[in-house]
Write a protein that binds this ligand. Structure first.
Ligand code: AMP
Length: 297
């Protein structure tokens, strides 16, 4: 395994792999502090691609003022140990200056899809995400890039980015990995104290209850949102920021749920000082039992 810090070295290594050795390259973009959610992406990349590159970069442009950029957990030594178990060939761990050298002035905005939900709560977040991914994709030129359903809106924005700017990279989305408690794994869970960690399970309980009500036949989006909201509000340590019921592909806000298209229920809540997000997809009744179409078959 080689740890690469320089953009130029990363692109020349990747170019050689592609041109001289005809290898397929899988990229797993992360901000480090790796957990089993990240590792599920690495495992799939390993299965699908000849060479796996994991990027570890806490991207300043996707954090807003007052967010946790400075205190975001960083532990490259531990990350390296975890990735060695998966025989990852390359870790790309550039400095901020390497990605954003002096004079950097070009940003990528995915209009529309970046605007609701996380876009309201975190203005500029997806501009930062789309910009860093553009740099990473152009540096590595991966055949496949792997993302988690945990960040549902991010997967939608990234798919559009790749389509609109004609990147020659296929986006693979994999299911959210959870603790037995239902809590979605997240690097930010390290901010939670034991009581908050227990309280944080309310996010998945809220989503599961909304799904339950949907399965019983409820098709009013407002009603499903209310069910989730009530459960979050029953947990004194949690403060709901939003709950949204939208089309899982277009992010269009729904009124009535059709049985034709997948539906995304997404929410964000603060537990103590920590902001957490989670979501589930409701598959249309017709497709039940089939693999999610947000996942690669
Ligand atoms: P991050 O390091 O938080 O930027 O996440 C890097 C990638 O890992 C993103 O594609 C995330 O969606 C994905 N990811 C984070 N948490 C999970 C999880 N619990 N299950 C699956 N994927 C995840």
């Amino acid at each position: 395994m080689e740890i690469i810090n320089r953009r130029q070295r990363m692109s020349s290594v990747a170019r050689k792999l592609r041109r001289e050795q005809d290898k397929t390259i899988g990229l797993v973009p992360t901000m480090g502090a790796l957990h089993d959610g990240h590792l599920s992406l690495v495992r799939e990349a390993r299965r699908m691609c000849d060479v796996v590159v994991v990027s570890v970069f806490v991207n300043p442009t996707q954090f807003g003022p007052g967010e946790d950029f400075e205190r975001y957990p960083r532990d490259l030594t531990n990350d390296t140990t975890k990735l060695a178990d998966y025989n990852v060939e390359y870790i790309f761990a550039p400095s901020v200056e390497e990605i954003y050298p002096k004079g950097f002035a070009t940003y990528v905005t995915v209009e529309g899809l970046s605007e609701p939900l996380e876009g309201v709560a975190r203005p500029g977040h997806f501009r930062g995400v789309a910009t860093v991914l553009t740099v990473l994709f152009n540096t590595v030129r991966p055949d496949f890039a792997f993302f988690g359903q945990k960040d549902a809106q991010q997967t939608i924005v990234v798919k559009r980015l790749v389509r609109d700017l004609a990147f020659d990279t296929e986006i693979v989305v994999l299911p959210t990995v959870r603790e037995d408690s239902g809590l979605a794994l997240s690097s930010r869970n390290t901010y939670l104290d034991p009581q908050e960690r227990r309280a944080a399970t309310v996010l998945y309980r809220a989503l599961s209850q909304a799904r339950e009500v949907y399965m019983e036949g409820e098709r009013s989006a407002r009603r499903l949102a209310e069910v989730a909201r009530d459960i979050i509000e029953s947990e004194p340590r949690a403060r709901l920021e939003y709950v949204s019921v939208s089309d899982a592909e277009t992010m269009e806000k729904l009124d009535k749920i059709s049985d034709e298209r997948p539906v995304l229920i997404a929410l964000a809540a603060h537990v103590g000082r920590t902001r957490l997000i989670d979501n589930i997809i409701l598959q249309p009744a017709r497709q039940k039992g089939h693999t999610s179409d947000l996942k690669r078959p």
